[in-house]
Write a protein that binds this ligand. Structure first.
Ligand code: SF4
Ligand code: SF4
Length: 67
């Protein structure tokens, strides 16, 4: 079963609030444009989703896509 991870929707306003609260340094703001999650580090704790003022982070368990 897939583990839960954070996913950022396209409406991210790049405020950086999520970056400050992540205990694993798994989320960063890419080139000042939008937040990006390192899914290898993310443990799905949900702290970033709680901190996001735009409410664009969801914590989901998605199966890996094999191609
Ligand atoms: S769910 Fe937790 S570990 Fe994953 S990016 Fe958000 S704060 Fe970091
Ligand atoms: S807290 Fe939300 S709006 Fe701000 S950078 Fe993170 S995902 Fe984007």
């Amino acid at each position: 079963m897939a583990k839960k991870k954070a996913y950022v929707a396209k409406d991210c306003v790049a405020c950086g609030c999520c970056v400050k609260v992540c205990p694993l340094d798994a989320i960063s703001v890419y080139k000042g444009l939008y937040a990006s999650v390192d899914t290898n580090k993310c443990v799905g704790c949900g702290k970033c989703a709680t901190a996001c003022p735009a409410q664009v982070i969801t914590i989901e368990a998605k199966e890996a896509v094999l191609c």
